[in-house]
Ligand binder design. Sequence first.
Ligand SMILES: [Zn+2]
Length: 399
Amino acid sequence: MLITVYGDRVRAARILRRMKSSDVAAKLGWPASKQTRLEYAERSYLHPAQLAEVSQLLEFPEKYFQQIPPAALAPEDLLFRAPVATPKKEKSYLAEFARSVGEVLEWLDDHHRLPPVKIPALPSNTPAAQAASEVRRSLGVGDSHPIPHLTHLAERAGVPVVMRGSTRSVALHDPDEADYEAVTEKHLGYSARVGQHGDRPVTVIRANHSWERVRWTVAHEIGHVTLHAQGINEQSEEQASLFASELLAPARFVQEELPSHVTLASLTELKLKWGISLGALITHLYSNRLIDSERFETLRRQLYTRTNSSTGRSWGRDEPGWDAREVEKPRLLVTWMERCLGFAAPNAVSQLSGLWPSDLIASMVSGQREKSLGGRERPTQKRRPASNVVELAAWRREA
Ligand SMILES: [Zn+2]
């Protein structure tokens, strides 16, 4: 008896394992051409023993290869401009990762509908102030108010965020690749539209210790989701960046709070109020002509040459206020797993699905808030060293 296997699945699993097609063939003891044919054929027929070997080598369950694959997602479909040096295999990996996230989301959506997408899709040349204002409306935050937890609001408005943790276990097949991500991944995040109809925006960001960077990256990615539904071009990065700063700190409201002599100290207050880094704020003020080029240069020079005495690094790296907020963490994926399945432990989710290996699920949920407080959870389930009184109060605030 032969078993039907989808070539696309074999290729996806191999890319997610960061393996070369020829290496897979060598390890399976068959000619490279056979592997290529297998990956590019829509369907192939394998002996059960062969499928078992493929499954074992790629560490994906046999069932994974037998299921009709989700809609393709090519590296060109990713909404980000990769640094020029980004190798093609890296882009393929990022595309396959987003596609897997999309498949997991669709699976969960079948159990319990995900929040509908409220973030608008606008023409790419929409002025930043207008686009930011429309997005703020979809998030339920007025223009004159700081956005409290951008990541949660984005998720509530239908854009799941995945904070990708270290996937070292995935790279162990090739020791040369073990440090690959740490060394070569220069981007902080990317977005894509996933799902059967390509209508679910998803944002993937790299885990990062800087709350400023995470918030700004999420804002930048919402810019891509909003402005680049039709794809990206030469201007996209700048458009998304202008949008990000405007979303976090609308220039016309920040303007009202600017002192006549702008200093790093006065900007730090604004930074903490609006939740935007000094670096981004200084550029934002300059591009909106709220400070002149001389002030812009002076502020930047101060920021990047002074040393933060508590970390020993420049203020450009660890800005004043670097420890004033917690890093935002997404929670939609974990919340939905708990809501639909009753748990979010990668092992259990992997087993129940029968499709995705647990380390892949782990890399999707590792950056999520450990236990979300929303939905049906009870406050006692929250692991926190604080007293019950505090937990209940926190729970009420968020419920
Ligand atoms: Zn971008």
